[in-house]
Design a protein around this ligand. Sequence first.
Ligand SMILES: NC(=O)C1=CN([C@@H]2O[C@H](COP(=O)(O)OP(=O)(O)OC[C@H]3O[C@@H](n4cnc5c(N)ncnc54)[C@H](OP(=O)(O)O)[C@@H]3O)[C@@H](O)[C@H]2O)C=CC1
Ligand SMILES: O=C(O)[C@@H]1CCC=N1
Length: 284
Amino acid sequence: MPPALIELMTISKLTVAKLTSVGGGQMARALIGGMIAKEALSPNQIAVIEPTASSRDWWSQTYSGCQTSGTEASGIVAAMDNADLVLLAVKPHVMSHVFENEAYNFGDKLVISIAAGLQLGTLVAGVGHDRVVRVMPNTPSLVGEGAAGFCCADGVTPSDVDNVEKMLASVGYVTQVSESQMDAVTAVSGSGPAYMFLLIEALADGGVAEGLPRQTALELATQTMLGAAKMVRDTGLHPGQLKDNVCSPGGTTIAAVRSLEQNGARAAMIDAVAAAARRSRELK
Ligand SMILES: NC(=O)C1=CN([C@@H]2O[C@H](COP(=O)(O)OP(=O)(O)OC[C@H]3O[C@@H](n4cnc5c(N)ncnc54)[C@H](OP(=O)(O)O)[C@@H]3O)[C@@H](O)[C@H]2O)C=CC1
Ligand SMILES: O=C(O)[C@@H]1CCC=N1
């Protein structure tokens, strides 16, 4: 059985009483929204610290029972009260402001950072203890098809690892990696959904150029991406083999593959991953 399938079968309830998210933007919404959808957590176990009132309203209106706070000291203290897991979901450059803010008392709480680039050493120094996990998730977590890599600082216990794995497995695939591999994880699966969205858009554009209505082209392109990904995951066959199976001798597909190769599609994707990994390394 492919590893992804084994991981997806291990979904079960977390042993978390309260998760407080520092930042409630795109990735927090995808991760927490995905966990709530899978009933790994319920809204009344969630608190979100957000500077923007409209974002706080979104949380409390979307998830009845979810606690929201602003970034004033009293709000931070209220949100952190009784939290046993803190999710750091702010932009990398905002993290230093969080660490310098004396209203945060991380105590011995398990802390998970999803910030691109920020290394465990930086996170441990900022949080003040080493029960810290660095995770790189992605936005398809919202629909239960996320992909995440994580690595741990020295103070993380086996039961913390189990909890983090359960949390991430509830919304997709998860794998533990060494910290030296985190920039590559960021470049492949953290940023990867954007590359796939771009490809779906471009495939649909091609269909429109060939006369299909926009909506029809988009639906065909989307389902084609989904189906191709599921075939790689579920059959365990090499993608090159699956590609060969579509290419009839002298047919349409091999004509398209030749065009893609002539235009450097494969090298373009490899270069894109290298650019993202380089940027991730710069963010530390
Ligand atoms: N988007 C993605 O696909 C992925 C993102 N990540 C990582 O997740 C983190 C968040 O990214 P993303 O969700 O995209 O960004 P967003 O900008 O959507 O979310 C960040 C949120 O943090 C809020 N914020 C700003 N300052 C503070 C503060 N001092 N305290 C609490 N909240 C604050 C922002 O509010 P406001 O907008 O009002 O300033 C915003 O709502 C980043 O570190 C990123 O690297 C990781 C994997 C994938
Ligand atoms: O673009 C970024 O920096 C973040 C990290 C991975 C996906 N989005």
